[in-house]
Every structure is written in structure tokens, then in C-alpha cells.
Design a binder for this molecule. Sequence first.
Ligand code: ADP
Ligand code: MG
Length: 236
Amino acid sequence: MTKKEMLYEGKGKKLFFTDDENLLISEFKDDLTAFNALKKGSEEGKGALNCKISKVLFDLLEKNGIATHLVQVLSDNEMLVKKVSIIPIEVVVRNIATGSLVKRLGLTDGEKLPFTLVEFYYKDDSLGDPLINDAHAMLLKTVKDVSELDKLRELGNKVNEVLVPFFDAKGLILVDFKLEFGVDKDGNILLADEISPDSCRLWDKNTLEKLDKDRFRQDIGSVRAGYERVLNAILN
Ligand code: ADP
Ligand code: MG
């Protein structure tokens, strides 16, 4: 598969065209950003860790009937993916209150939520990815109809139902995570982007130690060491 010109460079990945118009190469970068890119950093090997972790999780989800964009892993930090038109909604799924949810609603940090909370954020860096409701999503023409929003909520819940017990069996708590979906050339909704410690909060079940990007946000220990623990846990 030939890597052609770059289509897009984001904060955590670069996307490249290939000789197949329906396929892209997603290259995971070592760069780290937080707080809408106000905080910047880099950690050698982080991209490769995220690529490997995403691969395991995409495979697991595929096995459980959730269609993803992953075609195959090409190298330490590159995967071949199906090109989709990204739905500009970040689907955030939460099991435990932390981060912006605690700030917004005054909940207790670490409190278990009585049900899985699925939220939509409008994917727009210049606006700081604001929380939106269904009416806002329709107003912004992010989806063609309300049923697509219901579909995204259903998929968010389904992914959670697969990932929570999976991580639990590996000694990790899946606190919350962000998903991105896109529409492929045939109109199918595919899970795209990545599922990694950059996009999930994962805590050690016994010690509640944070093993995800909060280590970078809050300067609490080596990012790489945390991500390595996640990878090793899910490979065992
Ligand atoms: P961002 O800075 O927006 O977080 P990333 O660094 O994560 O961007 O780069 C990935 C970009 O590529 C994101 O905008 C994401 O929506 C998009 N993307 C992810 N998977 C696909 C795909 N299969 N097809 C097209 N675009 C994708
Ligand atoms: Mg991203």
C-alpha cells in the first residue's frame, strides 16, 4: 500500500491518501495536547502504543458486531483504515463522574453514575468542542436526521457494554471515553479515529491510579509508563 500525500494533520495523528481512494493511512503521532491544545508535549513511543491499543480494541469490537474503520496495522504506528466522512460529533460515554462533568454539574469526582451517560460534543476546535443537545446537532446539520443521533447513542452504549467487562477482567476501570464515527462510501456508519489512553480514562482497579492522558493533563507520572501498563494489561 503506497503512502501518498497527506490529507490532514491533527493533534494526535496524520492521515495520508493511498493508491486506493477508499483507504487512508492513519499515522499515530507522539505529540500530546490537552485543554484544547493550550498544553502541548510529546512522549517518544506514545503513538506506537496508541496504535497497538486501538488495534486490540477495534478487533474486539468487530468481533462483537461493531463495524470499525480498521483494515490492518501496517507498522508500529500506522494503520490502514477505511476512508469515512467524519460525523462532527464527539460521542462521549461516561461510567464514572470526573473531569468536565464534575465541573459542570457539581458531582463528586470518582462517583459511579447510576446509568451510562452518553453525551454529544460538537467537534470544532475553534469553539472548544462544546457540549450540544439533539436540537443543536440538528441545527448544525451534523447528521441527516434524529434517528442518526439515536444510532450514535446506541453505538456508544454498545461499545461501552463490550469494553467495560473487557477492561474489568484486565484489572482496569473504564471511567469514560470519546468515540468518533463516520460514514463510508456505502453509507454505513463506522467507528473511526482511535480508542486509546488519549481518548479514554482508565484507572487501575485496585489502586485507582490513572493510566491515561490525565497523567499528561495533571502532570502525574510518566505518560508512557501508564500507556504501557494499559497495553500490557489488555494483551494478557
Ligand atoms: P484532532 O486534532 O481533530 O483530534 P487527530 O490528530 O485525532 O485529529 O487526527 C485524526 C483526524 O482524522 C480527526 O479529525 C478524525 O476525525 C479524522 N479521522 C479519523 N478516522 C478517519 C477516517 N477513517 N476517515 C477520515 N477521517 C478520519
Ligand atoms: Mg483526535
